[in-house]
Write a protein that binds this ligand. Sequence first.
Ligand code: PLP
Length: 384
Amino acid sequence: MADPITQPFSRRRFAHLFGAGLAGAALAPLAPGTPEAGASPLLRLVRAAAADAGGVVRLSSNENPHGPSPAALEAMRQAFGLAWRYPDEHMDALAGALAKLHGVDRGQILLGNGSSEILRLAALAFAAPGRPVVAADPTFEAILHHAEADGAGALKVPLASGYRHDLPKMLAAAPDPGLLYVCNPNNPTGTVTPKDELQAFLGQVPAKTMVLVDEAYHHYAESADYASVIPLLGAHPNLVVARTFSKVYGMAGLRCGYAVANAEAIERLQKRASFDNVNIMALAAAQASLGDTAHVERGRRENREVKAMVYAGLEKLGLHPIPSDTNFFMVDLGRDVGPLIAAMKERRVEVGRRFAAMPNCMRVTVGTRAQMQSFLGAFREVVA
Ligand code: PLP
């Protein structure tokens, strides 16, 4: 086998390292005096890859271990020379491409530094003291933290049967909600809120209450009950949809997401955004990713196949993971998962955190086949 330190540095190798999530870590500046501080970034990159061989299996953040499309890696390489420039034209180009993709006007797209930024802007723009954010419990909590920090407050409504959002209860939870947050498919349960229920709900929400549907896991959803609400934007001026390049596009470390909404809602969000909020590397990678539909298909297929393999392994242990429309799943272990999460970590497998609303359920990201075999090995020991 080639020595990883002396192996020639090919584009494919760089792609592999990016895929392993190592490039960023290796290229990060080191404090003066650390043994590696004098080494070239390339050498550090390669050493980090070698060091990773005995590393941790990270299944805690719903990342995509297959990484960005090769076209995105090549686009980033070509963009190195543009690092000195502000990203204006590239932002315009990506927003234009997204508008075309979704069949909306350019003014209906706002790019964000990850979709996390879109969630923060929505809390800032649409919630206020007396006009809280209402969300499911459990769900992706970032927006609730922002609403609390801004003084608007947040209300949680338990999920209904089948881990769908309890939309009628969410609607009734506050006299004058500023923003209703619907995560579909939902993190951490991986489940879908049926499209008919969502459509009926949008028809009932008062015009002055905004609805944010977070479709971060859109590409992984395969249930017949799932549909994106982007086609409903024309009928609902109070609807905002958030999407991300962090999941199926494998770009979590680059930070690029976006909102699709009517132009007035986009303006309200944009006023609160930083100028030039997406970096030129992320823009180059995102633009190229949109052109590589085969990479998306491959990511979906691998996720489906590896998830089925893990489900079969868990079923053999008498466990029944919740059917998932995402690149992660939850499994009920019949006892508090806190100690089990810690025991997995001791075996160098990191799984999702404990969710107070579902304390017996472990959330696990679907990694590569090899990672999931490591997961199953550690898991069998831990639950034995
Ligand atoms: N929305 C949901 C439902 C998520 O699970 C995540 C991240 O895991 C995000 C948004 C944030 O993603 P981004 O990387 O685009 O900020």
